[in-house]
Design a protein around this ligand. Structure first.
Ligand SMILES: Nc1ncnc2c1ncn2[C@@H]1O[C@H](COP(=O)(O)OP(=O)(O)OP(=O)(O)O)[C@@H](O)[C@H]1O
Length: 573
């Protein structure tokens, strides 16, 4: 409920027609204990008549002769606390009477807000108590770095009384504080070691974003002493061990692989996606993951497999768009020896066979040719597979995850995707929202990526808040992949330790910028480049990363294999 009049007014006010006799007017006024009443003709507001004007008059006279104008008229959009007097008549833009605020509505509004205020006060008191009695040191600084909140625990750590700290610049009160840096960068710094009063502590520094701007930052000192971390880590390892034994999985098998906690982002829409994916991992039902390119379909599929207590085999991934149609069948089904000229002796198992007891991930399923769709459908129905050139059927048991950035339902309507297969795949649909729809996840992704890069390059670079703000405004058509490629490029190219907007290349305008960064991943851009231009861009990228092909492929947004192909085509090796 807002404070607007529309939410509080009485929508069916009493009124009279100008042609009605005073007799009726008097009757209504006296019966309802009113001193005035509205007059309306053809729904249009005409004014009011007052009891004092009509009380001694001839009862057969008409209401129209006694209408007075009245300035207690307001629109329904006005805030109720702006009203000067009651009763006030609510009239819309067409001049129609649509409600009124009398003493009754006014009282209702006031008792409600008083109650709400009281509840808020109680909540505030509760927050204050939690804040003050928390075991962790908590502080909040405003956008200028001035301490606004400072709890008892924090006061103990820094040995400055709370009253003294409040209102002071954090840099003067907290030794080596990095809260001003977090205010500047807008990027959270979690679980960082910090030395305070000769004591090693672990701190979190969290920027608080509002309307695309950092408005404050919170500092949290989590542990009394670093040694406690080791105890916590030990406890966590214990917990992990019991979890693995419960699921009787090989604890080393999937440890280094993607898990749900590795999926960065806690925006409401992405949290929902993760929740569905987590549930899906506990069953064997087929999953169909949809979402634009680069949103994380592949890693969500991996997390589902890795967290599954059921699929103990391998995660086998096949990109249906990347394999030429002629090879797809032998890739998926394998072949027997002598199936065709050049076939390996003893034959070769296909990806479906390799996924036995594990997960088969068919990426870009929308690009699977119709003939192959029929064959896959048969495998799903019969749970058996036959290698090309053999008539031996092997039973197989696998969990199927498919992904696409196409509208498969539309493809079914158009007849390019089999309806029966669609319904086999569409059991648990998981949609991953685009980065545009969850821009609030950008800072956490940036923070992780920069920490990773710092680790990799043995550096301590930071990023300016304006760059993060600018990131909020970008379309990120290539989603997370584009964002992390962009960050890596910015990191590598920036010569200063603090990456600012100045480090963005200025030879291209904003719109082109991002598509140019991983230009080869973007089909349209790649197609529009001449061979010479493509060669130059690859050469330039390789020079920037000092010949490191893995990094070059990442920056270009292509696989290493594609990069090698291009290098040999352009004789750049
Ligand atoms: N939530 C996330 N947290 C961390 N990294 C992510 C997240 N989502 C995606 N990524 C990273 O972004 C890149 C692209 O992700 P992925 O390959 O899974 O996308 P995709 O939707 O399968 O793309 P495509 O449709 O082009 O195959 C990968 O490097 C992946 O690790």
């Amino acid at each position: 409920m807002t404070d607007k009049i529309i939410d509080w007014m009485y929508p069916n006010p009493l009124y009279l027609h100008p042609e009605e006799p005073l007799k009726r007017a008097l009757h209504i006024l006296l019966e309802n204990n009113l001193t005035e009443i509205a007059v309306v003709e053809n729904q249009k507001w005409k004014g009011i008549i007052k009891l004092q004007d009509v009380v001694q008059k001839d009862n057969d006279e008409k209401v129209s002769s006694f209408i007075r104008s009245c300035d207690r008229v307001a629109s329904a959009d006005l805030l109720i606390d702006k009203l000067q007097d009651i009763p006030t008549y609510i009239v819309n833009d067409e001049g129609e009477l649509i409600g009124e605020i009398t003493g009754k509505e006014w009282l209702h509004y006031h008792t409600t807000i008083t109650k709400e205020l009281k509840q808020k006060e109680e909540m505030l008191h509760l927050y204050e108590m939690v804040f003050d009695t928390a075991y962790e040191g908590l502080t909040v600084v405003d956008d200028k770095g001035i301490i606004r909140l400072f709890n008892e625990a924090y006061s103990r750590y820094v040995k400055v009384p709370t009253e003294e700290a409040i209102g002071k610049d954090a840099a003067l009160i907290i030794e080596n504080t990095r809260l001003p840096v977090v205010l500047k960068t807008g990027v959270p710094e979690r679980s960082q070691a910090h030395r305070l009063q000769g004591q090693n502590l672990v701190v979190h520094r969290i920027p608080i974003w509002k309307d695309n701007k950092v408005v404050a930052a919170a500092g949290i000192l989590v542990y009394e002493g670093v040694s406690e971390i080791y105890q916590v880590i030990d406890q966590m390892e214990e917990l992990d061990k019991t979890k693995h034994s419960k699921f009787t999985k090989d604890p080393n098998k999937k440890n280094s692989l993607t898990r749900f906690e590795d999926l960065l982002g806690d925006s409401p829409c992405f949290t929902k996606t993760k929740k569905i994916a987590r549930k899906a991992s506990q069953s064997k039902a087929p999953v169909l993951i949809t979402g634009e390119s680069g949103v994380g379909k592949d890693i969500v599929a991996q997390a589902i497999h890795n967290e599954s207590p059921i699929t103990r085999g391998r995660f086998i991934s096949v990109n249906c768009a990347a394999i030429p149609e002629a090879l797809l069948e032998s890739e998926l089904f394998g072949y027997s020896s002598g199936a065709f000229t050049g076939a390996e002796k003893g034959g070769k198992p296909g990806k479906i066979e390799l996924a036995h007891k594990g997960t088969l991930f068919l990426d870009e399923i929308g690009d699977m040719p119709l003939t192959m769709q029929a064959k896959i459908l048969r495998v799903i129905q019969e749970k058996s597979v036959e290698r090309v050139g053999s008539n031996h059927q092997s039973n197989i048991d696998f969990r199927l995850i498919t992904a696409t950035n196409k509208d498969i339902k539309q493809m079914v309507h158009e007849g390019t995707f089999r309806e029966d297969l669609y319904y086999r795949l569409y059991v648990i649909p998981i949609h991953i929202p685009s980065l545009r729809e969850r821009a609030e996840d950008i800072p956490i992704i940036v923070s992780h990526k920069i920490a990773e890069l710092n680790n990799e390059y043995g550096d301590r670079k930071t990023i300016d808040q304006l760059v993060v703000q600018w990131m909020y405004t970008q379309p990120w058509k290539g989603n997370i992949r584009e964002l992390i490629n962009f960050l890596e490029r910015l990191y590598v190219l920036s010569e200063s330790q603090h990456m600012t907007l100045d480090n963005l290349p200025d030879d291209i305008d904003d719109k082109q910028r991002l598509s140019s960064y991983n230009f080869l991943a973007n089909k349209k851009v790649a197609e529009s480049l001449s061979e010479e231009e493509e060669r130059d861009r690859i050469k330039e990228t390789l020079e920037h990363v000092k010949g490191n092909k893995t990094k070059a492929a990442k920056l270009l947004g292509i696989s290493r294999a594609t990069l090698y192909n291009k290098l040999s085509r352009y004789t750049l090796e």
